[in-house]
Structures are given as C-alpha cells and as structure tokens.
Design a protein around this ligand. Structure first.
Ligand SMILES: Cc1cc2nc3c(=O)[nH]c(=O)nc-3n(C[C@H](O)[C@H](O)[C@H](O)COP(=O)(O)O)c2cc1C
Length: 329
C-alpha cells in the first residue's frame, strides 16, 4: 500500500498535516485554534453549547491571529443549537472555513452553512447516523470512537475507533466516494495518526492530546492530572453531566477521569438524579478550590499517551513527523 500522511483532507483544506483540532467546549479557545492553524492543521474553535459571548471572543481571537491562513472554523453541539443558534449565525457571518456539528440532526443547519461557503463536518458515532449526515451534505464525516474524551455514545451504543473507521471508510467508498473521513478517539501520537490513515481515514480529529497543551483553556490542575494518570483512569458515564447540571439527551454520555467524586456516585446514578444536591455541592466546591478529586478533568483514554504539556505547534510537528516516518517505512 502506497500511503502518505498527506491526504485528500490536507489537500482540500490547504493543510500541511491531516489533523483537525477538535472543537472542544471551553478548551479549544482562540489561542489554541490559531496556533493549530499556523502549524498547518485545521483550527476549530469550541463553540460547544453555543454561548454567544464566549464564541464571539474566542473566534475573533483565532481570526485575528490566523484568519489569513484560511484554516479557522468552529464547532457546535447540535441539540443546543436547536435551542439557540445565534452563535452559529454570528460565526457564519465571518465566513469560517468549516463548521463542525455533533450530537443531533445537522440537516436544519445545512443550507445556511453552505450559503456561507463553509465546509460542513459532521461527527457520527454509529453507522445508522451516516445517511442523515450525507443528506445534510456533509463534505467531511468524523467517526468518533468511544475511547474519545468528552461526550460521545454511551457504552450500550458506542463503537470503538479500530473497527468503526474502516467500516465507515468502506461505506463511503461505495456510496459517497467524495466525502472525506476523519478518525476521532484515541489519536494522540505518530503511531495512532498513522494508524488512522491505514484504517482508511483521510486524517484525524485530535481532542485530548491538544487539550493537554500550553494554549488550551483547560484548567492547569486538570492537565497536570491527565499527565500523571495512565489510560485506565477514565470512564464514561452521566455522573459529571448531572453534577454540572447539563441536560444531555440519551444516548450520549461523557468520558473524563474517574476521580473520587465520580467513584462515589457511579453505581448510584438514579439516586444522584433524584437528589443531586449533595453531589453538586461537592462538585462546585471542588471546582472553586481547583481540586480535581472532585472537579472533572475531561480527557479520553489517550491520557495514557500524554506525558507532557507542550506548545501545540511543537506537538503537531512532532506527531506529524513521527506519523510520516512510520508511513514511509
Ligand atoms: C475537553 C473536551 C471537550 C470536548 N468538547 C466537544 C464539543 O464541544 N463538541 C464536540 O463535537 N466534541 C467535543 N469533544 C469530542 C471531540 O470532538 C473528539 O471527538 C474527541 O476529543 C476525540 O477523541 P480524543 O479525545 O481521544 O482525541 C470534546 C473532547 C474533549 C476532550
């Protein structure tokens, strides 16, 4: 097989490496997105829950430093857009390179995204979501495996990156060959990026690994905890969504470090839902004190591959050169 790191994705988006920064809510701010874009990747600001002030501030920052690269876009959580899409509409006026949508039906937003000249990227967790994403006209699909940090499919419904990516690559090759595919979930070094290419993806969306960088807006105590633990340390559940008063719909839940407060509630979800007062008080106190035995650190299984907190540009260069070497061999 003659496979290079350069791909249809890097060529179409004018990238020097086929990496997209995951649009991580509260972590992928303007500084991180700008550094990723300047380093040759796609810099997606984490518009997340669609908070207008936050999105305006961080997107403007990314645009100021890296708008000239043409590699800045923004991501949103779709079921929140269904409540209020003003942040999306504001971003579309800035003519982003791409809009990345996850966790809901992208079709109601497709026409205005296309009208703004942006590429539509849709993250899916199961094969059954693919027809809807293609109907929306997505030019890039992202196959998110359940190793991923943050939100994704719960244990009953989730797919692992290793089998999901090649299955979706085959489906697209047969039914929609011009649609690009990125892998997400567990991609955090040269080996895993090269593996994504071998599995048939045109590149990768990297969350956890770029979360653990100098420029990410994640709290420094959370980043330090991610460096310390190994990959056994995370778990998926609804515990932190309940504690954080986030009203996530089924079948999504959340992967983060399984800290002391998580362990206290993980076997008693119904009880926590029915009477969340004490758990929320403990959680809020943990956030206030910067105590990550109670506050959450949002990172995926890739935390086991995270041993440092470098600048994002150095990290992207390091991962890309390792992956290129592996693929050349
Ligand atoms: C801190 C954090 C926040 C995230 N927030 C979002 C989000 O707001 N919207 C979204 O589509 N995905 C979000 N994700 C998931 C990413 O899009 C991506 O699927 C995931 O990070 C890939 O797996 P990895 O963490 O192993 O790299 C988040 C992930 C992390 C780690």
């Amino acid at each position: 097989m003659n496979l290079t790191l350069a791909s249809r994705f890097s060529r179409r988006f004018g990238l020097s490496t086929p990496i997209a920064l995951a649009p991580m809510a509260q972590a992928s701010g303007g500084a991180l997105a700008a550094v990723c874009a300047q380093a040759g990747a796609l810099g997606l600001v984490g518009g997340g829950y669609g908070e207008l002030d936050w999105t305006q501030r961080e997107y403007a920052l990314a645009e100021k430093d890296a708008g000239h690269t043409g590699r800045i876009g923004c991501g949103f959580i779709v079921w929140k857009l269904d409540e209020d899409a003003s942040a999306l509409d504001w971003v579309l006026e800035r003519r982003p390179r791409a809009v990345f949508l996850s966790f809901g039906d992208p079709r109601p937003y497709a026409r205005r995204i296309a009208a703004a000249g942006a590429e539509l990227m849709v993250q899916v967790q199961r094969m059954e979501q693919v027809p809807m994403a293609l109907e929306a006209g997505a030019s890039v699909l992202i196959a998110q495996g359940s190793e991923a940090g943050g939100h994704g499919m719960n244990a009953l419904n989730g797919r692992a990156t290793m089998a999901f990516v090649p299955e979706l690559a085959d489906r697209l090759a047969q039914h929609s060959p011009d649609t690009l595919l990125l892998a997400a979930g567990g991609i955090a070094d040269g080996r895993t990026l090269a593996a994504a290419r071998v599995l048939g993806a045109d590149g990768a969306v990297m969350g956890s690994r770029l979360w653990a960088t100098r420029e990410s807006l994640a709290p420094s105590g959370a980043k330090a905890q991610a460096v310390e633990v190994d990959g056994d340390a995370t778990a998926r559940s609804s515990v932190f969504d309940i504690l954080r008063r986030k009203n996530w719909p089924q079948p999504y839940d959340f992967r983060a470090i399984r800290n002391t407060l998580h362990r206290q509630w993980e076997g008693r979800l119904a009880e926590l839902r029915a009477a969340p007062g004490q758990g929320r008080a403990d959680y809020d106190a943990g956030v206030k004190a910067g105590d990550f035995s109670r506050a959450h650190a949002t990172v995926g299984e890739a935390t086991g591959l995270i041993c440092d907190l470098p600048g994002a540009a150095d990290l992207i260069a390091r991962i890309s050169s390792q992956a290129a070497q592996i693929l050349e061999r």
